[in-house]
Design a protein. Sequence first.
Length: 339
Amino acid sequence: MSTYYNPVEIYSGTSGCRQLADKLDGEYANVSSILLLTRGGGVEARESLRPLQSWMQKRTVQLKELSISNPNLTDIVSLKTQLNDNDFQLIIAIGGGSVMDVAKAISAIQHLKISTVEDLRSAIAEGAYALDKVTPWIGIPTTAGTGSEVTKWATVWDTELSCKYSISKDVLYAKKALVNADLMQSMPLRLSFSTGLDALSHAVEAYWSVMSNPISRIYALTAIEAIRTYLPRLIYDPLSIEIREQLAMASLYSGLAFSNTRTTACHSISYPLSLIHGIDHGLAVSLLLGSVARINEPALIEREKLYKAFGVANVEGIGQTVQDLYRLYQIRTTFGNMG
Ligand SMILES: [Fe+2]
């Protein structure tokens, strides 16, 4: 495959929020009602989001603070029911992967007649979502991260049937994304670690995916090198904005990489580990990188570039790098130890 496609307009850096607000002023001047999804904690009031706050102040904003992790069918239907009378025209999601997954799911079904879990399950199974009218959404990640601000799919779990679904269509890409490291500065180390490993896994899997292309591989290599360099430094200086910026951009690059390839075996194997055994997503995925790398080695395209990005000599170094990170962060290093 040699085509690369990603339509998300991305804002970053210190002037990113101002530029985003200016753009919204022109493009979304007619929007009068906004659904604002966050994880709580007043993140939307952060100083670095002031231009966005000013833009929203002129409009009706319905704030929903989500306590959902890994949203399931019930969560989505329940939220949709609560929102039913509110005809918002834009969704702004400030949060981690789960908040952005909810944004995509609501964007896909806001204008559909879905009122039960069964309705939603059938709509997903038949691809009968994001049909005529899709609500535009803007992604502002607070973790580094899932890369969900630049991918077109959302994961929705079905706890009743013990499985997961992917809602995925081109129209579900965010219209715009704002990457602002200031929002990640106070992220706890454990969360920084697991989300950083998730981003590392997205990049590695994008690199060796059969769907990879020359552009996605460049994004993947850039992300891998930055994460393996800066994740170890973060533990000694968690408030460093420079390190947070490097990791925020690495997460974005890994998102751009796997937005075109999807994930591969590590993610597939990890889902039951998370669903049944409750192992954190980033940990479950990254613990598989070393073993899957050994299996994939014969088919790797330009494997030296991958090793160089990891700063290692051979395929064994990939698993070793992950193990070293686990030890540094004092995380148990085997599935057995995780129970
Ligand atoms: Fe992931």
